[in-house]
Design a protein around this ligand. Structure first.
Ligand code: NAD
Ligand code: IPM
Ligand code: MN
Length: 367
C-alpha cells in the first residue's frame, strides 16, 4: 500500500466546493489503485485572513512543504478586494508560489472531442483538435519585481508603479522546462514576449534563443504577445504546440486559451519547482480559474478543472500515471454522457452536480 500526504488548500468562493469533489475523486481513485492519501486541509486566502489575519499563515506554508503535493482550490472575493496589498487573498497565493519556489506553471488547453461540438465559441474547424500547452513563468516578472508601490509625484499626483524584471537565470530555467515539455509533445516551441518594447523581453528573447542550442530537436519561434493573442483565436492548432511566456502574459493567454476548449472551468495546472525531468520537492496543483464569487454557494461550480489538477498531481507530483489516467478517462466518459455544468458553453441543459459526481464515481470504478 502506497501512502502520500496531500495538503488541501480549499481557499474561498467556489474553492471549497471544487476541492471537496476532487478530494472524493482522489480517495476513490486511491482505493481502486492501492494508494492511501493522507489529507490535511489548511486555511489560505480570504478564509485565512478571516481566521488568523494573514493570507498565508506560516503553518499553511509549513504543511505544504511537508507534504508530497499540494492541491489548491481558488482564493479571493469581493469582501477582501479593497484590502491593503499585504492583506489581500491574492498576496497569499503569490507567497505560496514564491515560498514553494514553483517557477514553472504548466497550463494545458485541450479541446476534448467529447465536448467539442457545442463547447467552443470558435468555429468547429478552428477548435477541433486544439492541444496547446502554456508554460507560464510563475515566480518572477512584474508580479514580483521591485520597485513597486504607490507614491506622490512632483505635481502631488498619486502614482502606482510596478517593475517587469527578469534575471537571465530565471529565463534560462523556465526555457529549459519549456523545451523539455515541447520535446515530449510536437516539438514546436513558441516564445511569446514584447521584445519590441520591453528590455526584460529583449533579454528573454536572447536567453531563450541561447538555450535553444541545447535542444536542436525542438523548433523554436518567437512571437509578440499582441499577435499571439490574435493567433490563438485565429488558428491555434496551426500556430501553437507549446508556448513559453512570462508571468503576466501567461496569466492572460491561458484564460484566453481556456475559452477555445469551451470553459475556464475545465482547465487544470501544475506548478513545478524544477525541470520536468528532475525531481524537486515542491509541487502545487491548481485550476486556472478563480474563486468565481458570482456563482459561489449555488452548487454551480464546475469541479473538472480541479479534478484534472488532481490528475496532474498524480502524474507530475507522484508519478502515479495509472491513477492519473483513470481520472482523466472518467472525466471524458462523464462529458461523453452529456453531463456538464452551466459554464461549458452550451445551448443544451445543465446537469445536476449530484449526477455529475455519481457519473464520475461510476466511471472511475468501471475502468
Ligand atoms: P474567475 O475565474 O473566478 O471567474 C471568471 C468567470 O468564470 C466567472 O463568471 C465565473 O463564474 C466563471 N467560472 C470560473 N470558474 C468556474 C468554474 N469552476 N465553474 C463555473 N464557472 C466558473 O475570475 P474573476 O471573476 O476575475 O476573479 C474572481 C476572484 O478570483 C478574484 O478575487 C480573483 O483575484 C480571484 N482569482 C483567483 C485565482 C486563483 O485562486 N488561482 C485565479 C483567478 C482569479
Ligand atoms: C491565476 C490568477 C492569479 C494570477 C491571481 C489571483 C494572483 O489569476 O492563478 O491565474 O494572476 O496568477
Ligand atoms: Mn489568472
Amino acid at each position: 500500500q502506497k501512502r502520500y500526504s496531500i495538503t488541501l488548500l480549499p481557499g474561498d468562493g467556489i474553492g471549497p466546493e471544487v476541492i471537496s469533489v476532487a478530494k472524493d475523486v482522489l480517495k476513490l481513485t486511491g482505493s481502486l489503485e492501492g494508494i492511501e492519501f493522507n489529507f490535511q486541509e489548511m486555511p489560505m486566502g480570504g478564509s485565512a485572513l478571516d481566521l488568523v489575519g494573514v493570507p498565508l499563515p506560516d503553518e499553511t506554508l509549513a504543511a505544504a512543504k511537508n507534504s508530497d503535493a499540494v492541491l489548491l482550490g481558488a482564493i479571493g472575493g469581493y469582501k477582501w478586494d479593497n484590502n491593503a496589498k499585504h492583506l489581500k487573498p491574492e498576496t497569499g497565493l503569490l507567497q505560496i508560489r514564491e515560498g514553494l519556489k514553483v517557477f514553472a506553471n504548466l497550463r494545458p488547453a485541450t479541446v476534448l472531442p467529447q465536448v467539442l461540438v457545442e463547447a467552443s465559441t470558435l468555429k468547429r474547424e478552428v477548435a477541433e483538435g486544439v492541444d496547446v500547452m502554456v508554460v507560464r513563468e510563475l515566480t518572477g516578472g512584474i508580479y514580483f519585481g521591485k520597485p513597486r508601490g504607490f507614491r506622490t509625484d512632483e505635481n502631488g499626483e498619486e502614482v502606482g508603479f510596478n517593475t517587469e524584471v527578469y534575471a537571465a537565470y530565471e529565463i534560462d530555467r523556465i526555457a529549459r522546462v519549456a523545451f523539455e515539455t515541447a520535446r515530449k509533445r510536437q516539438g514546436r516551441l513558441c516564445s511569446v514576449d514584447k521584445a519590441n518594447v520591453l528590455e526584460a523581453s529583449m533579454l528573454w528573447r536572447r536567453r531563450v534563443t541561447a538555450i535553444a542550442e541545447e535542444y536542436p530537436d525542438v523548433e523554436l519561434s518567437h512571437m509578440y504577445v499582441d499577435n499571439a493573442a490574435m493567433q490563438l483565436v485565429r488558428n491555434p492548432k496551426q500556430v501553437f504546440d507549446t508556448i513559453v511566456t512570462n508571468n503576466i502574459f501567461g496569466d492572460i493567454l491561458s484564460d484566453e486559451a481556456s475559452m477555445i476548449t469551451g470553459s475556464i472551468g475545465m482547465l487544470p495546472s501544475a506548478s513545478l519547482g524544477s525541470s520536468v525531468l528532475t525531481k524537486s520537492r515542491f509541487r502545487l496543483f491548481e485550476p486556472i480559474h478563480g474563486s468565481a464569487p458570482d456563482i459561489a454557494g449555488q452548487d454551480k461550480a464546475n469541479p473538472l478543472a480541479t479534478i484534472l489538477s488532481a490528475a496532474m498531481l498524480l502524474k507530475y507530483g507522484l508519478e502515479e500515471e495509472d491513477a492519473a489516467r483513470r481520472i482523466e478517462n472518467a472525466v471524458l466518459d462523464t462529458l461523453n454522457k452529456g453531463l456538464r455544468t452551466g459554464d461549458i458553453y452550451s445551448t443544451g441543459t445543465v446537469s445536476d452536480l449530484f449526477m455529475l459526481k455519481a457519473s464520475l464515481a461510476c466511471f472511475l470504478a468501471l475502468l
